[in-house]
Design a protein around this ligand. Structure first.
Ligand code: SAH
Length: 352
């Protein structure tokens, strides 16, 4: 256990001792703030790898998709916005592609990790940083991208017990540090009607921060114009289930040991994100499978061009393309959702 991680565990233990159990959401917030704040967790040598780190083709397809909308709508001015840009790789690949098509928007990153901001400056030196959405520019359309951002936001877990639906809370546990158990009762209104009589032990997850970020940004897009692309793993219809997971060095770990030492994530509720956008008057395309979307945008043609230009790397390029597209790799697990202002063109790649 690193000293940082030990400190997080001690702080959480003290908080629990002083004021009682914390919600799963609070636990996840404290753990992930420490985790992302301390170092760069991405890449083959890190804890997990994301699509833009697998191949430049991913960011290039995002750049093509954004450019197509920009070319068809031609706003006088606009901004590229990315939520949680990691190492800035996706942005750098997308912006390079956009520049080739004659488009160089100013770049705004919403990022709260000092360690990752340092990496992002190297990848995109001109980026302006924001702690949250509040300070994003208000005077022109936004082209927003969020890849594996929403899955890192804290979730609440509500568990069905003999005594009704209860908040799942985290307590201290002598053996493994922490453990989760049912806490105080919550109002049944939080649970979709079809799940209210679910079996004992069933878990329903909510991500209040995801909903509020989506509402806030959707209201901006409705007012300022623009589009948003959300890429993540998750479910497309309301669902029950415990999806909280910890990943360290590319393997699964117990989420309730060593907080701050591994990446805590949960599946993203695309049904809820879509509804937030629709409630603000936006139109929605998808969610679609990542593999289908990348194929529709021409990843195979791009792979061929790259392989022809770099014959010695042809096998690597083919394998990266497969990782991103194949249904048994990331192609079906990851979903793509686009939201856009009603007077904007229909986005490509969704088989509309
Ligand atoms: N999009 C990148 C990184 C994904 S990891 C990629 O695909 O490679 C999640 C990213 O979201 C990290 O950059 C992390 O620091 C950032 N992040 C997590 N929670 C955040 C929050 N509440 N506000 C801003 N950034 C956050």
């Amino acid at each position: 256990m690193s000293p940082d991680s030990a400190q997080v565990a001690v702080r959480l233990a003290q908080q629990i001792e002083a004021s009682g159990p914390v919600s799963v959401a609070e636990y996840m917030r404290v753990a992930n703030t420490a985790y992302y704040g301390r170092a760069d967790p991405l890449g083959a040598a890190g804890d997990f790898i994301t699509a833009p780190e697998i191949s430049q083709m991913f960011g290039e397809m995002v750049g093509i998709w954004l450019s197509d909308l920009w070319l068809r709508h031609r706003p006088a001015a606009c901004y590229y916005v990315e939520l949680g840009p990691g190492r800035g790789t996706l942005a750098a690949d997308a912006l390079r592609t956009m520049k080739r098509l004659g488009w160089e928007p100013s770049v705004h990153f919403v990022e709260n990790s000092p360690a990752l901001r340092a990496k992002q400056v190297q990848a995109v030196p001109d980026a302006t940083f924001h702690d949250n959405l509040e300070t994003l520019p208000t005077d022109a359309p936004l082209f927003v991208v969020a890849n594996e951002f929403f899955d890192a936001l804290p979730i609440r877990q509500i568990v069905s017990t003999l005594g009704g639906w209860r908040e799942r809370v985290v307590v201290q546990d002598g053996v493994s540090g922490f453990a989760a158990m049912p806490g105080a009762c919550v109002t049944e209104d939080l649970i979709p009607e079809q799940f209210r009589t679910a079996a004992m032990g069933s878990i329903y997850e909510l991500c209040p921060e995801a909903s509020s970020i989506m509402h806030q940004l959707s209201a901006r897009l409705a007012q300022q114009g623009g589009v948003m692309l959300v890429i993540d793993y998750g479910y497309t219809q309301p669902a029950l289930g415990d999806t909280l997971q910890a990943v360290q060095s590319h393997t699964y770990a117990d989420p309730f040991t060593n907080p701050g030492q591994h990446d805590l994530t949960a599946h993203v509720d695309f049904f809820e994100l879509s509804n937030c956008a629709k409630n603000c008057g936006l139109l929605v395309a998808g969610p679609s499978d990542q593999g289908a979307w990348l194929s529709a945008l021409g990843i195979d043609q791009r792979a061929q061009i790259l392989a022809a230009a770099n014959p010695s790397r042809a096998a690597d390029i083919a394998s990266a393309r497969n990782r991103l597209v194949a249904p048994d790799a990331m192609g079906a697990l990851f979903k793509i959702l686009a939201t856009y202002a009603p007077d904007w063109p229909q986005p490509e790649g969704f088989g509309l």
